[in-house]
Design a protein around this ligand. Sequence first.
Ligand code: SAM
Length: 301
Amino acid sequence: GYLSNNLERTHMRIADKNITRAVLERHGFTFKKSFGQNFLTDTNILQKIVDTAEIDQDVNVIEIGPGIGALTEFLAESAAEVMAFEIDDRLIPILADTLGRFDNVTVVNQDILKTDLQTQIQNFKNPDLPIKVVANLPYYITTPILMHLIESKIPFSEFVVMMQREVADRISAEPNTKAYGSLSIAVQYYMTAKVAFIVPRTVFVPAPNVDSAILKMVRREQPLVQVQDEDFLFRVSKAAFVHRRKTLWNNLTSHFGKSEETKEKLEKALELADIQPSIRGEALSIPDFGRLADSLKEVGL
Ligand code: SAM
């Protein structure tokens, strides 16, 4: 906590470029590309992230990948409590150094994809507060992390996370756009998703090859549509986008089969759902996909 106390005294921030450089040097830290390590060095952007997430004393925060604690510091100052999961052992003593003054931060040295989150969140001093996920995600596993968290039965109220701009655009895309696809559907089925702002690559060390975006996702009170079988809905929506330029009919026959019997069933299901076989998957909204999935079940596919 030596550094942490000095930071407090001098009103400097971990993300100040000079401080970040000094921390890395002091601990002889070298970046590991395989962990997606790009550290934020812009305090204005960090403040904007905290503002976007509307963090206050009545919110518990889960952070994924604190790095050297740039975002964690801002979160700790606003939230009731912060639980931060970091996979890289080498960062644990560094975080003790940079964040030592906070008694509302817990760093857990675990892979977020392997941790038992349900048990971990019982360790919040006040486990009844709403939990928000706020993070600058490692880009190599953005989608697996998001799906892992969304599909966990944990009632996160909100995600405010940084990711590659292109992925943020795909998640938040509307039908009939190039970015719209099965990822948009998988997330928007559970959450509303909106790009809050764009972050240029220049504010990171090392600078990544692409720009980033802050995506804000708020959990819907219930999924956007009611379907008989959620997994089947997601399988059907994936199948509809396998060949983006092909018609829905072609993608469905590729997926379910081309026998006369199957084709008859497909025709019937599309008629039931009131969907033209000649359109493309990208023209279908999530409610359309819901009707399609239920109709396909109905005809026995
Ligand atoms: N939050 C810091 C910041 O904004 O400067 C660092 C963000 S950096 C893009 C991603 C962080 O996630 C790194 O610290 C990396 O070690 C960590 N990380 C990578 N894979 C992880 C995983 N599976 N579980 C937990 N943390 C992970």
